[in-house]
Ligand binder design. Structure first.
Ligand SMILES: *Cc1c(COP(=O)(O)O)cnc(C)c1O
Length: 457
C-alpha cells in the first residue's frame, strides 16, 4: 500500500518512508490510496497487538519483519497499563477512555512512545542516525522528550518559548537527565520556535544531523491512535451489544481522525463528536458550512488553542471523494482568503459521521465540578469540553457514549483548583522525575544551531 498527497501530484510513498515525514512536497498530507480490507479480529486483544495489526494492514510490510510488533510491545512496557488504556463505565450508557496514563500523562504518549521505538529500531536496522527537531508550546515537547530519551540512534532537540510553557511542562522536558536530549529555552514566542525549526531543515546541517520531524500530521502517529478506538469499541460492543460514540477534545483533528479510521475499518462506532473550547473554528464550521479561522484566544485547555485543524485536510480529501484539485483549491483559499466553504451535500456527508460542540470556560469549570460531584472523578480542562458536550447531547444520540480523556488533571492544577477547590495528586512516577535536576540552555533564535553543534557536533 502506498500513500499519496491530498493535493495531488505523482508522489507515492510506502509507510516506511512516512515514519519521519511531515507534509508531502506540494504541502498536502499523505493519505492511503484506499482503505484496506479489515477483519473483525482487529477489535480484540491488547493495545500493542491491535496497533501492530493496524500498521501491518496499512503497509507495515515495507518495514523489516517483526520490527513493528516488537517495537510497540517494548514501548508499552513504560505505561502504567501496558495492556492498553483503561475503559471504564460510569453507568447510564456513559464510559471513559483513559488516555492519560502514559509517561507524560497525555494521550500523545500512545502515539509518540511506540513511534520513537519504531524509528529507533529502523535506524539501527539501516545503520543510520537522526536528530528530531521539535518546536513546542508544551505537551508535544514533553511527549517527544520522554519518547526519545536515551535512544541509541536518535537525538532530540526541543525548542520552547521562554515563559510560554507551564512550570510542569518545562520540568517534564528538562529533568530526564538523558544525554541525547537537548531542551532549548528560546528567547521568543512559539511562532519564533516554529520558524527556527523550519529554517534549520533548509540548512546544510539538516543532512549532516539527519533533521527529522515527528509532528501531529504524521500518519503513523494517527494509525497508532486508531488502535485504541478499535479496542475500546470492541470492548464496549462485547459488554453491551451496542455501538459507541466518542466525544473527543479536539485541536489539530488528529485524535478524532484516528477514530474515523477505526469506523472505516468496521469498528462498531456511530457518531464522533468534536469538542472545542472558545477556539471554536470547527463548531462554527458545522453551523455555517464555512471553515474560517479567527484570532486564537488563550484558554484553560491550551492544547486545543488552535484555529487551523491541520489534519482536517485528510477528511476533506474523503469528503471531496479524492478530488485532489478541489482539496488544493480549498486549502489555498484557506491560506490566502482565510477560509473555504462546503456544499450542503458535502456537509451532509460529513455530518453522517461527525457532530461538533463548543464549551466556554465557565462551562468547562462547571463540567469539572459536575464530574467530581457525580462520579468522584477529576477530569482535565480538555476532557471537560467532552464532558460538557455529553451533558448537552447524550439524549439525542443512540448508543454508548465515551468521554475521551486526553490529559491527566494534575497537569492543570490551577484550573482544577478553581473548579473544585482542591488540587489533583501528581502520580508518583511523575513526581519522582520532576524532582530531578533541570538541564536546559537559554538561546536566541540565531543561537540554536550553535547549541546543537556544541552538544551533538
Ligand atoms: C494534543 C491534545 C489535544 C488535541 O488533539 P488533536 O489530535 O490535536 O486534535 C487535546 N487534548 C490534549 C490534552 C492534548 O494534548
Amino acid at each position: 500500500m502506498n500513500y499519496i498527497s491530498t493535493r495531488g501530484g505523482s508522489e507515492s510513498l510506502p509507510l516506511a518512508e512516512l515514519l519521519t515525514r511531515g507534509t508531502a512536497s506540494n504541502g498536502g498530507l499523505f493519505v492511503p490510496r484506499h482503505w484496506p480490507e479489515a477483519s473483525p479480529d482487529l477489535l480484540a486483544g491488547e493495545y500493542a497487538e491491535i496497533a501492530a495489526k493496524v500498521l501491518q494492514l496499512f503497509g507495515g510490510d515495507s518495514l523489516p519483519d517483526r520490527l513493528i510488533a516488537n517495537a510497540i510491545n517494548t514501548a508499552m512496557q513504560h505505561f502504567s497499563a501496558p495492556v492498553g488504556p483503561p475503559v471504564n463505565t460510569l453507568g447510564n450508557n456513559l464510559w471513559t477512555l483513559e488516555l492519560m496514563h502514559g509517561p507524560t500523562l497525555a494521550f500523545k504518549d500512545f502515539a509518540l512512545a511506540p513511534l520513537a521505538e519504531i524509528i529507533d529500531s529502523k535506524l539501527k536496522h539501516d545503520g543510520k542516525h537522526a536528530t528530531v527537531l521539535c518546536a513546542t508550546s508544551g505537551d508535544t515537547g514533553a511527549a517527544t522528550v520522554s519518547a526519545f530519551a536515551n535512544r541509541e540512534r536518535v537525538n532530540a532537540v526541543v525548542l520552547f518559548p521562554d515563559g510560554g510553557v507551564s512550570d510542569f511542562q518545562r520540568l517534564q522536558m528538562t529533568t530526564t537527565g538523558a544525554g541525547n536530549i537537548l531542551p532549548l529555552c528560546v528567547d521568543g514566542d512559539f511562532d519564533d520556535c516554529q520558524r527556527t525549526v523550519k529554517k534549520l531543515y533548509q540548512t546544510k546541517a539538516a543532512s549532516q544531523y539527519g533533521y527529522t520531524a515527528v509532528n501531529s500530521i504524521n500518519i503513523v502517529r494517527i494509525l497508532l491512535q486508531t488502535a485504541y478506538y478499535l479496542r475500546t469499541s470492541g470492548l464496549i460492543h462485547q459488554s453491551t451489544g451496542e455501538h459507541s460514540n466518542y466525544f473527543v477534545p479536539t485541536g489539530n483533528f488528529g485524535n478524532v481522525y484516528a477514530a474515523y479510521i477505526a469506523k472505516q475499518l468496521g469498528a462498531p462506532i456511530n457518531t464522533l463528536v468534536v469538542t472545542s473550547n472558545d477556539n471554536d473554528v470547527l463548531p462554527r464550521f458545522f453551523e455555517t458550512n464555512r471553515m474560517q479561522g479567527t484570532q486564537t484566544v488563550k484558554t484553560i485547555s491550551p492544547s486545543m488553542d488552535i484555529q487551523v485543524s491541520s489534519n482536517f485536510e485528510r477528511l476533506l480529501w474523503h469528503i471531496k471523494q479524492g478530488d485532489t484539485d478541489a482539496v488544493d483549491q480549498a486549502q489555498q483559499s484557506l491560506e490566502a482568503a482565510g477560509g473555504y466553504e462546503l456544499s450542503s451535500a458535502e456537509m451532509n456527508s460529513l455530518m453522517s459521521d461527525f457532530k461538533a460542540a463548543r464549551c466556554s470556560e465557565p462551562q468547562a469549570l462547571a463540567a469539572i465540578q459536575h464530574a467530581w460531584q457525580q462520579h468522584s472523578k477529576i477530569i482535565c480542562p480538555h476532557t471537560a469540553t467532552a464532558y460538557h458536550a455529553i451533558e448537552e447531547m447524550a439524549d439525542s444520540i443512540a448508543g454508548q457514549n465515551v468521554i475521551v480523556e486526553t490529559a491527566h488533571p494534575a497537569k492543570f492544577s490551577t484550573a482544577i483548583e478553581r473548579a473544585i477547590g482542591q488540587k489533583p495528586t501528581v502520580p508518583e512516577h511523575v513526581q519522582a522525575q520532576l524532582a530531578q535536576p533541570e538541564q536546559f540552555q537559554r538561546v536566541s533564535v540565531d543561537g540554536v544551531q550553535q547549541a546543537i553543534d556544541a552538544r551533538f557536533g
